[in-house]
Design a protein around this ligand. Structure first.
Ligand code: SUG
Length: 445
């Protein structure tokens, strides 16, 4: 028996709107608006509780320590914490904001994970994403590597790879560009890798305005490292026009679960060929395609509502549910589509649940961005750190912890406040005890 466990990122104490992510329209639009870290963290926690109450396996990943003072020191800022922050702000407000980013909350970008049913050595393979497309996100990789090693520590079950080379040819954004299709979680699956560019082939279509964040070279390397069967591994080209309209990750336009792929017709460059390849690799299991046309949901509405960034999950009664952002209910196109979807009994999605994750959405992170899917057998699940698994008790503890430590609001000037740094240390120190993570943060050394 294998289960899909969703590892959600706990929103960090310095959640803010830096306007740092080129190609992510929400991030750019909301640059430097007031952020509400406590509300953001509670919205994330509520989503975890909702999934847990639905009977899904849920777990949590801790935030990273911010500001990242080592990063600022590496760039030549010196002195006390206060002096480092003041110098950085004087020279480059963007660098100051970068050092404070809580972007590790979007754990769909933490790593690519292949379940043991798909790999030749029958281990779970994990490759942390290098996230080199954006400076603030690239700062996550060393800490993410440490955290994943601390949680999935048993080498008998888990094979950890180092992140890919820190070079543009190998730009990798993790599970946000990776999907899996299978009959059941424990049967061998087809892994789908979606890329926006190929380093060696200039002739391929590239976006004109925004960067393509995932390369084919990176995806191919991960498939090799994870010992996947070539006949069950499909590489698909993301549509460059979609990237230019704000689809910076494939999970903004597509989501898979078991044998279902739910996607927008503009998600892939040659979507018929991609679907044929998936069906061929998945046979004899039938691929269930739920394709949404531009006419049903215009691309701009798909991006603003994040319909496809819903979590598509299997419920114990054998049906599927979509856990969608509240914005889907508020948009007339997506609302009409959902009505149509639920009226169609020929497909397995029987419920659509709405969750409020607006604080994250304003930075371009929907429900599916906030979670890393890890398919685990019973033995593998028993071999991980048990304290990160979500229970009602953990919910109560995290609820109290957030209310005790998080600020209600953060504006740009607060980033110069050394007290915020102290608060962050105190809170994370307590969290490592709550989650039994040991001393994983630099400030604990
Ligand atoms: O990488 N936003 C993130 C959102 C990630 C969403 N993840 C998935 N689609 N899986 C990004 O663009 C904005 C940070 C800021 O501007 O402060 C940011 O990094």
């Amino acid at each position: 028996m294998a289960t899909e466990v969703n590892f959600d990122g706990l929103v960090g104490l310095t959640h803010n709107y830096g306007g740092l992510a080129l190609g992510n329209t929400a991030s750019i639009k909301n640059k430097l608006i007031l952020s509400k870290p406590r509300q953001a963290a509670l919205q994330g926690l509520d989503k975890m509780k909702f999934c847990h109450d639905l009977g899904l396996a849920q777990a949590v990943l801790p935030p990273h320590s911010r500001p990242n003072l080592n990063f600022l020191k590496q760039l030549g800022f010196t002195g006390s914490t206060e002096q480092i922050l003041q110098q950085a702000e004087k020279e480059s407000p963007a660098l100051l904001v970068t050092s404070y980013s809580a972007s590790a909350m979007w754990t769909a970008n933490a790593a690519t994970v292949s379940p043991s049913a798909d790999t030749e050595d029958e281990k779970v393979h994990v490759t942390p994403a290098n996230l080199i497309s954006n400076l603030h996100r690239s700062l996550e990789t060393p800490m993410t590597t440490k955290i994943l090693n601390a949680i999935f520590h048993d080498r008998h079950y888990f094979h950890h790879h180092t992140p890919l080379p820190l070079q543009a040819n190998y730009s990798d954004e993790g599970a946000a560009n990776h999907g899996r299709l299978c009959l059941d979680y424990d049967s061998p699956g087809v892994e789908l890798f979606v890329y926006g560019k190929h380093s060696l082939d200039e002739a391929r279509a590239l976006p004109r305005h925004f960067p393509a964040r995932q390369t084919l070279d990176a995806s191919e390397a991960i498939a090799r490292l994870h010992l996947l069967q070539p006949s069950k591994t499909i590489f698909a080209h993301q549509h460059p026009r979609a990237i230019d309209q704000g689809v910076f990750h494939n999970d903004v336009l597509a989501v898979t679960n078991k044998s279902v792929i739910f996607y927008h017709e503009n998600a892939y460059l040659q979507h018929d060929a991609v679907m044929d390849a998936l069906q061929h690799a998945l046979a004899p299991t039938e691929l269930i395609r739920i394709c949404v046309s531009n006419e049903q949901v215009p691309l701009a509405d798909a991006v603003s509502s994040y319909l496809f960034n819903s979590q598509l999950v299997s419920i114990n009664d054998g049906t599927m549910a979509l856990i969608a952002p509240q914005e889907v209910a508020d948009n007339r196109h997506t609302q009409a589509f959902v009505k149509q979807l639920l009226a169609n009994n020929a497909q397995p999605i029987r419920h659509v649940h709405y969750v409020n994750c607006r604080q994250s959405m304003k930075n371009g992170g929907g429900p599916a961005c906030l979670r890393l899917r890890v398919v685990l057998t019973k033995e593998e699940q028993a071999a991980i750190n048990q304290c990160v698994l979500f229970t009602n008790d953990l919910y109560e503890k995290l609820f109290t912890w957030i209310n005790k430590h998080y600020r209600e609001k953060i504006c740009y000037d607060d980033l110069l406040d050394p007290l915020l740094v102290e608060e962050n240390y105190r809170a994370l120190d307590e969290l490592t005890q709550l989650l039994d993570l040991g001393c994983i943060y630099d400030f604990q050394q």
